[in-house]
Design a protein around this ligand. Structure first.
Ligand SMILES: Cc1cc2nc3c(=O)[nH]c(=O)nc-3n(C[C@H](O)[C@H](O)[C@H](O)COP(=O)(O)OP(=O)(O)OC[C@H]3O[C@@H](n4cnc5c(N)ncnc54)[C@H](O)[C@@H]3O)c2cc1C
Length: 485
């Protein structure tokens, strides 16, 4: 019998995890991966770390071309799929080449949306030279090349990405301002009190924030806001959202709402031979836009392609801000989840902590300015632990926990949210390389690096701690912070 021909469109974070898992599971088919970007698959989460200067570009590479060749996968870099024909069962590349498939995986990610600002796009259809998107390594390199001393920047959008970019520019010494149309920062995830704590924090770090103001026009004078202000600037960075990249799927006649609509097998509801994972997929009315669900979907799909019975039922939402001196973690949807709200705000210390509790169980949480308890709170949430009447308050009031706390984590407590790795799986490893290779923990956002280091050091002694929190955490994927990357 001939081998199944599997074609994967996109060589991003979801596709890479899919291929890694297929190889680990000894998938019997022939895999072709087609990626539009000319560079090897990289960790997109860490682009702002490159912008900030804490990581080198090379440290972002997930799997290079040599690895793909060594495992027998046909990788086509710098190749865009122009058309999918379900009738002929093939894809056509920009250069006219066609590649036949028995199964197709769409892993095309998302594309930045252009806010309605006059002057952003020039008459020739190109973006104004001051304007930058921030989605790819090419965007990042282009922006880095502009960061000469004395430059001023305006970041349009006060969401997670906007704050990361603004902070990175601030660290680089660029005078940076943020414009956010909503009344407060991170308005889709945290409340007004949390937003104003963040705004004050940014102000202290030298970044001005204009909330409740929309940028309306870019001209030689600067960026004009609808409140009458004009911000003089050399750079305008667009971070005001993205949308699933679905043009190819639509053209192929697949059912698309916001994303490519898939079922519990991550198959298109139009054609079971075509799958979608990551930012471009829509499951149960939701698109995700984060790495943990993309990786969860990749692992489920790999299992099915290898003949397994795994099904996907949705992912927990965990959002973490990755930026120096700004700490935010949001579990679930605290602004739209019903329940009793327990919150503690300390504007002097710059912290805001909020739990949404239903019948004693934490169903959502937002933590700003202090993530010391994020691991414990996530664990209580995941296990649906019923808390006594005083416990939510005590949890929020408690002093920062000792570093020994993670050593007491039970084996089934989740340590790495990106790759869904438990404390027990980390404890079963002897080295950081083994943790990375066999579990992929620390290779996503890196927020779990410190906890992984502690878990390893308690099993193997103090020496390993240096390996992880020293050179590795500075230069690799590890960013020392609290639990749950
Ligand atoms: C700066 C930044 C910071 C982020 N920070 C975080 C974070 O802290 N935590 C978190 O969880 N998530 C974060 N995200 C989101 C995260 O990166 C995405 O959720 C993740 O990359 C999704 O993986 P994906 O494979 O679906 O898409 P992508 O990684 O975007 O990969 C899609 C790939 O498909 C390619 N492609 C598209 N169309 C075609 C075509 N027709 N032919 C060939 N190739 C094609 C694209 O060029 C791209 O390389 C961040 C994103 C950005 C941009």
């Amino acid at each position: 019998m001939s081998r199944e021909r599997l074609v994967v469109v996109g060589n991003g974070m979801a596709a890479t995890r899919l291929v890694e898992t297929l190889i680990a599971r000894r998938y019997g088919g022939h895999i072709t991966v087609i990626g539009e970007e000319p560079v090897p698959a990289y960790n997109r989460i860490l682009l702002s770390a490159v912008l900030e200067g804490t990581h080198r570009v090379e440290a972002l590479t997930m799997r290079d071309a040599e690895w793909f060749a060594s495992v027998g996968v046909d990788l086509r870099l710098g190749s865009r799929v122009l058309q999918v024909s379900r009738e002929r069962s093939d894809v056509m590349l920009v250069d006219g080449t066609t590649i036949p498939f028995d199964r197709l995986v769409m892993a095309t990610g998302s594309i930045p949306t252009l806010p309605p600002i006059r002057g952003l796009v020039q008459v020739n259809g190109q973006l104004h030279p001051k304007v930058h998107a921030f989605r790819s390594l090419a965007d990042c390199s282009r922006l880095l090349a502009e960061l000469t001393p004395g430059r001023r920047a305006v970041v349009v959008g006060g969401g997670l990405l906007g704050l990361q970019v603004a902070r990175a520019l601030g660290v680089r010494g660029v005078a940076t301002e943020i414009v956010e149309g909503s009344e407060h920062l991170l308005s889709s995830r945290i409340d007004e009190r949390g937003g104003s704590i963040l705004k004050r924090g940014l102000k202290k770090l030298g970044t001005d924030v204009y909330t409740g103001a929309r940028a309306v026009r870019l001209s030689d004078d600067g960026l004009r806001l609808d409140n009458g202000y004009t911000l003089e600037t050399d750079l305008v960075i667009l971070t005001a959202g993205g949308r699933p990249s679905t043009a190819l799927a639509r053209q192929a006649g697949l059912f698309v709402r916001r994303g490519v609509v898939v079922d519990a097998h991550l198959a298109s509801i139009t054609d079971p031979r075509v799958h979608a994972i990551g930012d471009c997929a829509e499951f149960a009315g939701r698109v995700t836009g984060f790495v943990p669900p993309a990786w969860e979907q990749a692992v489920v799909l790999a299992d099915r392609l290898c003949g397994g019975e795994a099904t996907y039922s949705g992912s927990r939402s965990v959002a973490r801000l990755r930026a120096s001196d700004l700490e935010v973690a949001v579990l679930g949807d605290p602004e739209h989840t019903e329940g009793e709200v327990v919150e503690v705000t300390n504007p002097i210390a710059g912290t805001h902590r909020k739990l949404v509790v239903q019948g004693g169980v934490i169903v959502a949480a937002a933590l700003v300015g202090d993530l010391a308890r994020v691991g414990l709170i996530t664990q209580l949430h995941d296990r649906r632990t019923v808390l006594g009447p005083h416990e939510p308050g005590e949890l929020l009031m408690a002093e920062r926990p000792s570093s020994a706390e993670s050593a007491e984590l039970p084996d089934d407590a989740e340590v790495c949210a990106c790759a869904g790795v438990s404390a027990g799986r980390v404890r079963a490893c002897r080295t950081l390389d083994e943790v990375r290779g066999s579990t992929r923990a620390t290779t996503g956002c890196g927020g779990c690096a410190a906890v992984v280091a502690q878990l390893l050091s308690t099993t193997r002694g103090q020496a390993l701690r240096h390996e992880v929190t020293g050179a590795d955490a500075r230069e690799g994927n590890g960013v020392p912070s609290a639990l749950n990357g």
